[in-house]
Write a protein that binds this ligand. Sequence first.
Ligand code: ACO
Length: 318
Amino acid sequence: MIHSRIAGTGSHLPEKVLTNFDLEKMVDTSDEWIRTRTGIERRHVAADGETTVDLAEFAARRALDAAGLAPGDVDFIAFGTTTPDLVFPNCGVLLQARLGCRNVPAFSVETACAGFMYALSIADKYVRCGEAKRALVVGAETLSRITDWSDRSTAVLFADGAGAVVLEPGSEPGVLSTHLHADGHYKDLLYCGGGVSRGFGPKLTINMSGNEVFKVAVTKLGQAVDEALAANGLDRSALDWLVPHQANIRIIQATARKLDMPMERVVVTVQEHGNTSAASVPLALDVAVRDGRIKRGDLLLLEAFGGGFTWGSALVRY
Ligand code: ACO
């Protein structure tokens, strides 16, 4: 039986850093409010002209290096993003052109913060059925482009970045399971107010009922982690690391409590990265792999929740 395993991880952040103190000068907020309500201290934002695929290319090349592969080895690209460079071709195809792996399938999924989880789940299936052997899975965003920088309720949250993993076949399970969910009834609680078909004006920016999103996120993520463990017949004590979506430290803490996991076993990057949507989980994963916390053989629970609502989990033996 073929399994899929993570052969390498990579990430990239734009150079420009925006601190909470910078934001104090832009909107009526304070470092203290942002830190206590969200855990965020600083975030990276793309420079003028720097695009989602620019960030993704760096992350992808790092993941390929870590896997000991060349860009031309890639035979499948699944790309999660809400902030594509173009309406079409999709970001997967634009990345494929940069990497030079011509003729292989390349696509993007737009499931907001759960974009990487959806992309990972699809790529895992292709590797396991034998149709892909070197699958590049990317989550990358330039959310700063759809952030209303005059709205303090959202401007302090969102940021830019990219993360990637390479999946390849293995004889032992790497990705043990993925579970995806969506509930479009919640669409009005978190959405971007413009698009091609409805028109871009007057505001192509993120609208969020933060408090209500918070409550649903805690509930759904709690159910998602139970579901992942139950599907694998595992107790929460089997987990080595929780690698959660980095939206808010309080949501992360609530999920860790549900799993009875001490915060030392939870990868937290929200203070440095803010909410980078589809990039958040692969970015956090790469940070913890590269600093040596996550080691080969560790059992990881990845989860994300975002606009739609969409959410999902992956249980992974790294
Ligand atoms: N600075 C200072 N005060 C602020 C700010 C700010 N940046 N933003 C809001 N406030 C004020 C509000 O106006 C409100 O004031 P009032 O009491 O006088 O009316 C007060 O702070 C409390 O506001 P709440 O919205 O109730 O604050 P809350 O504790 O819920 O924190 C937050 C807000 C951080 C947005 C939180 O609700 C949250 O993180 N929600 C979830 C976000 C999330 O997970 N999103 C999902 C993924 S995103 C995606 O898919 C793209």
